[in-house]
Each structure stands twice: as C-alpha cells, then as structure tokens.
Design a protein around this ligand. Structure first.
Ligand SMILES: NC(=O)C1=CN([C@@H]2O[C@H](COP(=O)(O)OP(=O)(O)OC[C@H]3O[C@@H](n4cnc5c(N)ncnc54)[C@H](OP(=O)(O)O)[C@@H]3O)[C@@H](O)[C@H]2O)C=CC1
Ligand SMILES: CC(C)=CCC[C@@H](C)[C@H]1CC[C@H]2C3=C(CC[C@]12C)[C@@]1(C)CCC(=O)C[C@@H]1CC3
Length: 362
C-alpha cells in the first residue's frame, strides 16, 4: 500500500496541517537514536531536527569522538537545536545498563526510541549465487533482499553472547526493558522503532539457536528476530502506551555496505544501481532516502500503526521517496516464544553481571 511521499500532494495538505497542530501541542519531545553517528541514523537526526527545532535529541553512540563530530555537524545546520550525547555500546550489556541509568536521570519521559545501531561483520558475497540469481528470474528479489548472497563471520562478546545477536537485538531489548519507566507513562504514548532489513528471513532464524551460533547468516537471523520482537513488544506494552514498529531503509551506501564492497566499487557501479532502482525502488542509496520510513513513522499516530507490517523506505526511478508497508512473515506463537526466551536470557545476563561485580569487589 502506498502511504506517504515527501513530494507532497495537494490532497495531503489537510493531514499535514492537522499533524503540525498536534506537533505544536507537544513541543520538546524527547528522541533517542542508537547508532546516530553515521549513515541512516545521522541522516534521520538531520531530518528530525529540520522538522521540529524543539526536539530534545539524544545521540546514543559507542564512540565518543564520532558522536561529538556528529553532534557538531547537526549543530552547524541547526545551531539552536538541543542535541546531547550518551555513551552506549549496545553490544555490551554493562554499557546498556549504565547508559539506561544515565538516560533515566536525564529525562522524565521518552517519546521516540530509535533502535538503529547495527552491524554486519566480515560479510562475504557468494559470487556464484549472484551470477545464478541474475539469470534465475528472481533477480529483482535478489537485489532487493540480498537473499542467499551474503554470509558473515560472527564472534563472541565479553558477556559470552554472539556479537551480531547482542548488538542488533539483545542489547536493544535490554535497553527497552530498562527504559520502560520512561516509555510507559500514564496518558502518554511512545514509539520504539527498529531498523530492520529486507534481508530478515524466517529460514535463518531458529528458536533453538536464537543467537545463530550454528549458521553463517547471523545478520539475517538477528533482523528477523527484531521483527518478531517488535510484535511481542506490541502485545505486551500497547496497553501501557508503548508502540513498536520495524522499518527497512532499503539498500543504502553507508559504512555497513562499504564493508561488503569497497566504496570505489559502489561508485563505479552506481549507474547500474540507478538502473536497477527503476525495477525495485528498494535501492534508496543515500542515507537521507533510507531514513524515509523512520521519519515517516515519527509523524504518525502510534495507535494507527500495524504491528504485522514492515515499513519500507523506497525511492522511485525519478528519485522520489515514499514509505510502503509489506506484511511480515511472522506469527504470534513464535514471537511470544522468542520474548519468553529473551526474558530468561535477560535474567541470566543480569545475574552474571551482578556476580561479576561481587567477584570484582572481593
Ligand atoms: N545500509 C544498508 O543498506 C542497510 C542498513 N540497515 C540497517 O540500518 C542500520 C544503520 O546502519 P547503516 O547506517 O547502514 O550503517 P552504519 O555503519 O553507517 O551505521 C551503523 C551505526 O551503528 C553503530 N553501532 C554499531 N555497533 C554498535 C554498538 N555496539 N553500539 C553502539 N552503536 C553501534 C555504528 O557506530 P560506529 O560508527 O561506532 O561503528 C553506526 O553509528 C543498521 O541497523 C543496519 O543493519 C538495514 C538494511 C539495509
Ligand atoms: C550490480 C550490483 C548492485 C551488485 C551488488 C550485488 C550485491 C553485493 C548486493 C545486491 C543486493 C544487496 C543488498 C544488501 C547488500 C549488498 C547486496 C547483496 C543488503 C543485504 C545489505 C544489508 C541489508 O540489510 C539489506 C540489503 C539488501 C540488498
């Protein structure tokens, strides 16, 4: 379903006016974005500040220098903006707990929590699968999802978790749990927005191997898990005013994709990608375009959102951005089972961290 466009049409004027009235009534909204120092996250911050100068924007990043540079660049275009920094390594559970404590001290509510930080370590492209895919009649599907083309090499974190799982999913889950008091406030609704992917695939995920220790597609598995988890969060927290959604930014040129192919190769094949964009619309290519669905959700009433769909940033052949929904291949039973498993894992991680503190104090 076509649901939005930045190239505004006449018919959407009334809706826009209504939205801006709502916006004025709620100034000073608090927005936290993880992985905000580059790529899609940073482009989102730019777009949010251009839309609402009153925002209290918090960039949650693991690298202080990169975060300070991102803040500086935002302040150059928006000198009066309220932009603060928080140190957060979502792959480290101790860092998540520390950052959450700091956030709870700084703010008394949170309106938007963008769970955007993500990694794809040591990606390998399967060239044979690529050539096969080109002539298989499924080329467009292959280009829009990357299905079957990529494998990654995962590692284990200091917490004993698989790095991709910890970063893309579990650290964010713990963050939501820790920020529950700010997100769930009586008479007030909040949005949690996950940057998922079209690469999320059911077949790469297993409840028996949540962390994807056994496979070679931890990225796809972690993104599918985020789709499931978003549904579970809706089931648990909608009654307390928290609404969760997932988006896909499309294929965007960022540090993540420069890890797949070097940036000069991407530059060389850019004309081919513009051509492919005519057929898929998923080649958003720039971080600004990729942030379209994240920005679109910022402007929606959370109660109107559908927990079963993914919101896709798309860019047409002529370069127009819009957001479109696609039904996800998820179900309540698997989603609830994942949620229960994550709660169990959370208990274990908390205990381990506490025991570690006691041991350290001895
Ligand atoms: N680019 C694409 O084509 C697509 C991207 N996505 C998703 O979009 C999201 C943003 O990625 P994108 O902008 O492309 O890539 P970038 O690499 O530019 O951005 C990723 C961000 O996540 C941060 N990050 C990574 N690990 C951690 C961590 N442990 N703790 C805190 N921050 C961390 C990075 O920080 P640092 O600079 O310190 O590494 C960076 O700011 C990701 O979730 C990705 O999976 C989804 C579909 C397609
Ligand atoms: C001619 C041309 C465009 C070649 C590139 C081939 C592949 C390297 C890409 C085709 C589809 C891409 C894709 C991704 C990575 C690069 C490709 C496999 C992602 C998996 C990157 C991360 C995501 O979250 C989704 C992307 C889907 C499409």
């Amino acid at each position: 379903a076509y649901i939005g466009s930045t190239n505004r049409r006449q018919c959407s004027r009334t809706r826009c006016e209504l939205l801006s009235v709502c916006r004025m009534a709620r100034t000073g909204r608090v927005v936290l974005v993880t992985g905000a120092n580059s790529g899609v996250g940073l482009a989102l911050c730019e777009r949010l500040l251009s839309d609402d100068a009153q925002l209290q924007l918090c960039l949650a990043c693991r690298n202080e220098q990169k975060a300070a540079a991102a803040r500086q660049s935002l302040l150059i275009s928006h000198p009066k903006a309220h932009v603060s920094l928080i140190r957060l390594d979502v792959g480290s559970m101790r860092s998540v707990l520390r950052a959450a404590e700091e956030i709870r001290q700084r703010y008394n509510r949170l309106d938007y929590l963008y769970l955007n930080a993500g990694i794809m370590p040591s990606p390998q492209v399967d060239l044979r699968a690529f050539y096969k895919g080109l002539f298989s009649g499924k080329a467009i599907h292959m280009f829009s999802t990357g299905e079957g083309l990529l494998t990654q090499k995962d590692s284990v974190t200091a917490d004993g978790l698989q790095q991709v799982f910890a970063t893309n999913l579990f650290g964010h889950f713990l963050l939501v749990r820790e920020l529950e008091p700010l997100l769930c406030q009586p008479g007030h609704s909040s949005q949690v927005i996950w940057t998922s992917s079209s690469n999320a695939r059911r077949s790469t995920f297993s409840l028996d191997d949540l962390q994807h220790k056994q496979g070679v597609e931890p990225y796809s598995s972690s993104k599918y898990a985020s789709d499931l988890l978003s549904l579970a969060l809706n089931r648990h927290y909608n009654s307390q005013g928290l609404y969760s959604s997932v988006i896909c930014p499309g294929l965007v040129m960022t540090n993540l994709t420069y890890g797949i192919l070097p940036s000069f190769i991407w530059t060389l094949i850019m004309p081919i990608m513009w051509l492919i964009r005519i057929f898929t619309n998923t080649f958003t290519l720039t971080p600004y375009n990729g942030a379209e669905a994240l920005f679109w959700l910022f402007k929606q009433k959370p109660e109107s959102l559908d927990p079963m769909v993914k919101y896709h940033s798309l860019t047409s052949g002529l370069g127009n951005n819009y957001t479109r929904t696609r039904k996800m291949e998820i179900d309540d039973t698997t989603s609830a089972a994942l949620y229960e498993n994550l709660l169990e894992m959370e208990k274990m991680v908390r205990k381990k961290l506490k025991d570690g503190d006691v041991e350290h104090a001895k």
